[in-house]
Design a protein around this ligand. Structure first.
Ligand SMILES: [Zn+2]
Length: 403
């Protein structure tokens, strides 16, 4: 059997064509289950057919390309929907890599490679909806009951898509492994000069909702002595926490107060209430436990000290996931061959479909560098040679896994 030889110009041409579905200047607006998202899926299904693969839509709009035979098959892909204002490579890169490698495997007479475009990774209806349905974490009933920010129910939206009426099941047991190529969406590769990365683990996420309750009063008439300023207390808390985290957190740990509500949020009134959401991410459960423990202890310690009550409760917990060692080892060998000394292993701070699928199949990820570490804004981009390299690394690893 010949090795799988990808065609770089075809890879780039398909990426540009997919970019055209929902293109707005440099950005792409292709949210899940919009007309343009479905059109893009139809185009993908056509490309799959042209490549002698069998396109299959499942009940929630995941689109698979299956080889004809029933040999052990490696699945490669990602998601083809975007954020409200998306970059052109987030998700799309992994889908087109999957298409190119599955197509090249057919041409090499090997088969054994399938591709997937998962639905609604970005969460227009629910985050990672397609992969969570596929692995059984979400039932069809739960999926159909999801609604978007405009109150549309997904069951109604799905009823308008003829391909869904003819949908088929694609059991995950059919596959021996899943590989998700993706753009890094961060500055590590671009900053280090490495051309490709093999992902070691995907960080878990926890969120703590904090309420600070003091006393709302006149900002001029109330003396400083004896004020119970909820925002002042939040600032003390946030500053002490960042100091403690900076001193003790692991190298991969990150944290953000991304959401803040100040009541009543008026220049002449001492804030009586503040609601803040702290999000922490780390690649180990022990690391997450330590960060959450620190945050809860500090809330306990500061509660009532300056007359402000503090309440804290955990509102989200997603476990970290390790990538499969054997599969990642093959990718690492291919990376070392295709980009000697200019590759690295690194954790993913962002969540991906791969995190969901790793509970069912040996799963690995490859990152291509993001220029300037930018993602989601309109100017997300990656050098063409790096897009080709990432795809070649996956193709080489798949060739070896099949031999
Ligand atoms: Zn993505």
């Amino acid at each position: 059997m010949g090795a799988i030889q990808i065609n770089p110009s075809r890879l780039m041409a398909d990426l540009q064509t997919l970019r055209g579905f929902g293109r707005m200047g440099n950005a792409v607006v292709r949210q899940a289950f919009t007309a343009v998202d479905i059109e893009a899926r139809r185009w993908l299904a056509e490309k799959m057919s042209e490549a002698t693969l069998r396109p299959v839509w499942d009940e929630v709009g995941n689109v698979f390309a299956l080889p004809r035979g029933d040999e052990p098959t490696i699945l490669i892909g990602s998601h083809s929907d975007t954020q409200r204002e998306g970059g052109w490579l987030d998700g799309a890169y992994g889908v087109i890599c999957g298409l190119e490698i599955a197509r090249a495997a057919q041409e090499a007479g090997r088969g054994g490679v399938a591709c997937v475009a998962f639905a609604d990774e970005e969460g227009a209806f629910a985050p990672m909806l397609g992969s969570r349905y596929w692995t059984g974490e979400l039932s069809l009933q739960a999926v159909r009951a999801c609604s978007d920010s405009q109150g549309r129910q997904l069951a109604d939206v799905l009823a308008g898509i003829p391909e869904i009426a003819r949908a088929d099941r694609v059991p995950y047991e059919r596959f021996r492994a899943f590989i998700e190529p993706h753009v890094e969406q961060g500055p590590v590769l671009d900053g280090s000069g490495d051309n490709v990365a093999v992902v070691s683990a995907i960080a878990g996420v926890r969120q703590l909702e904090l309420s600070f309750t003091g006393e709302q009063n006149h900002a001029g008439a109330t003396p400083m002595e004896g004020r119970r300023d909820a925002l002042h207390e939040f600032l003390q808390y946030a500053s002490a926490l960042c100091k403690a985290f900076t001193a003790r957190a692991s190298e991969a740990a990150v944290w953000t107060f991304g959401e803040l509500g100040i009541h009543p949020n008026s220049p002449s009134i001492i804030p009586g209430r503040v609601r803040a959401v702290l999000q922490v991410r780390d690649v180990t459960t022990a690391g997450l436990d330590a960060l959450m423990g620190e945050a809860l202890q500090l809330a306990e310690r500061l509660r009532g000290v300056r007359g402000v009550d503090i309440e804290a409760r955990q509102v989200l917990s997603v476990a970290p996931t390790k990538m499969a060692p054997d599969l990642s080892g093959e990718l690492a060998m291919a990376a070392a061959e295709h980009s000697p000394r200019k590759w690295r292993r690194m954790p993913s701070g962002a969540l991906h479909d791969a995190a969901i699928i790793s509970s069912k199949l040996p799963t690995a990820m490859v990152f291509a560098p993001s220029l300037g570490g930018r993602t989601h804004p309109f100017d997300e981009d990656t050098r063409p040679e790096h897009l080709v390299l990432g795809c070649s690394v996956v193709a080489a690893a798949v060739s070896r896994l099949q031999s």
